[in-house]
Design a protein around this ligand. Sequence first.
Ligand code: JHZ
Length: 417
Amino acid sequence: MKKVSSKKYLLAACRICGSNKLYYFLNLGYMPIPNGFLSRKEPSETESHYPLQVCVCESCFLMQLRHVVPPEIMFKNYLYIPSTSLTHIESFDVVARDIIRRFHVRKGSLAVDIGSNDGTLLVQFKDLGMRILGIDPAENLAAEANRKGIKTLQDYFSTNLASDIVKKYGSAKLITATNVIGHINDLHDLCKGLHVLLDKNGVFMMRVPYVIDLLDKNEFDTIYHEHLSYFSFRPLLTLFSMYKLKVIDVEKDEIHGGSIRVYVTRDDSERTVHPRVEKFVTEEKLKKLHLKSTYDEFARRVKIIKRDLVSFLKRIRSQGKTIIGYGASAKGNVLLNYCGISTDILDYLVDSTPYKQGKYTPGTHIPIYPELKLEKDIPDYALLLSWNFATEIINKQRSYRERGGQFIITIPYLRIV
Ligand code: JHZ
């Protein structure tokens, strides 16, 4: 493996409050980027591996990666699309309707989606009568969205881009960002850009995985190079308050193992703060995010999951059982690389994303096939690498289970279904 020096991309200070008191508590080792699927089995020596280590700021308690891999390495050509999951599409539909109803957004208003991917969320806004604009740095996805008629700028969101958008399209009544704020290194420029782009009473909605779910449910495989920050609510309040942005609401969302939706407007907006905000802060204070032992305990559980999973898989494999992996997700690649699981244990992976089929997993070099192969082969076990869609996948694969197939689920703990 080509190891990139751990000094190269080292984080100097907390990306929200700037403190350099960062408590380092988990080392997941050297790994390739999680969506770095290979078109052919590359020799390991040429595949770059980056350190994957986690720390928490002792001042504002933002959990974050210790290294920042440059975005152009990760996002130029991106193979992840949310539209392959029904759960995702339904959730985008709910989110879009809910925001428009809750904030009385009028038809014809501009809705901008940051990290718009192939335009799956914007389609919902379009159907609800909004003027839409997507922003995404991935060449392949921006092109795909534009082909489908979802106007998308192939770029990273920034203050400069926000000014250009205002000049060309006017200010935004709605800005959304689902699963992308954790990917952004310069959160300060993000906030400045939001202030520029938001209409006076406009609303910014971000949805991110919630760090308390991550810690409580052992979701360590959602830690990877793309995700620079792991948010609780309070560091976000600190961040937005630095930029004349007002947090007006917050709520939990079940997607991706537990997320939060945070709603923000400009300081000068007439919109008022919902009492949920205060309640959320009070509840969060009880969660011991300020204690080092919370993170040490989590790191200890991660090691146990690895030990138990590897020994279980080796045991059933030695009994001659066939095992495959289900879902070539980014988190799946973290689990496989961290646990050292390759073709000696898994025959192949199946995944519904056409872009991923025919490719190999980064680092572990396992071939990826369409889901149909599982139905044809009926392997004894399928290791569920997209546990966040367990209900959807298990329901879809009823006949596999009826014919004797079983799912292995690892998060939050090892179990067979
Ligand atoms: P899924 C992505 O992570 C990347 P990943 C990103 N960085 C992020 O923040 C998170 O999402 C939230 C497949 N599948 O969504 C499709 C089936 O094969 O858990 C996907 O490849 N059959 C933006 O990659 C994968 O599983 C199915 O029936 O960890 C799921 O990937 C379903 C439902 C999914 O995200």
